[in-house]
Write a protein that binds this ligand. Sequence first.
Ligand SMILES: [Zn+2]
Length: 375
Amino acid sequence: MNAIKLISFLLLIFSLTDGLLGADVKSTIAAIERLPRARRLIAYPDAIRQPQITPADRLALTIAFSKHAKKVSPHYLQARRAWDLDDWISIFERGFQAAPQDPDIAWALTQIHINEKRYSKALPIAEAFKQANPNHHHALAWQTVCNALPDGTPLRPNPKTIRVIPVHFCVLTKNPAAHQLATIEQCRQECEILNRNFRAYDGSALVEFTFKGFSSYAEIRDTQSDLIQYGDSTEPYDSNRIARAFNQCKDTRVRDPNAINFYIFDSYSSGPKFADMTSHGKRNSNRPYLMLDWQRLGNKVQNPEAHEMGHCFGLGHVGVPGASGKSPTNIMTSGGEQFGSGGARTYGFTEAQIALILYHAKRTSQRLGITSESN
Ligand SMILES: [Zn+2]
């Protein structure tokens, strides 16, 4: 066998072996992905711990695991559950060594360290995360915080320079039952509800919301803005279309360009029809707006104001394995993540979430031209 044939033969063997191993790990991942989501958090570490595993397969499993692990934290439930964080850290440190550019591993590992207030441990990972993903908001927010804070220090804004965020309210629904509830007085109350609930897990305030204005449906019913059609729409919710209508709206009664806009609407879905109470919050490139179903005014059902405002500040959903309906879960918990019930969503934000909130509070203030600070 000449040299070229030998090399071709070796390449063939290599690709076959690689293909076989790849297929094996792919079928393992596929099998784990068929389990209930909370069970996957146990199945992945078990698979990763197998002694005969190759480095490539371990990395593939670690990446698959990190996509779930980044959504959960023992800090998302007031009564912290038994959780082998050290095991998770060693899995992700090893994964990080093998693939420092992988955003899911970096996210999962940085988040664990920041929630534990171990900023010095998180810093090199956050830096690699940022280097590989220079525009990733989490990477930017977390790297800044890890650079600034000594280990063990909670991340809190200075109460003297806390950012003041004005909120403008507008009633988009024509439903007369909604008009009974969605009054200017109630909207002032909504601001108080936000100030009470949009907080860190220890109760600290993170921003201060102020009532800026209110437009009733009667005041805006003649508007030229397309937004009004979403007040009682029976079409499936289309986040991009609504954002386009919002961004094109020039009517300041409907959209205050220098405030977070809080819409009261009537949510619809095919099963419950207008009894549906789904609500929404969108950061919208730091021109955030929130859409609350009128039946949830007054902080009804799963702390909706703070949860949707969390989306306005760039936070995504998280899950709490084993949570039941009344569990005091993190504000951003959603049953849609399929770890457990969304719970009561009354438990405040963690350090890693607060880092994002403060980062976007600054960007939002700049984008909306908000300059005032309290006292
Ligand atoms: Zn949500």
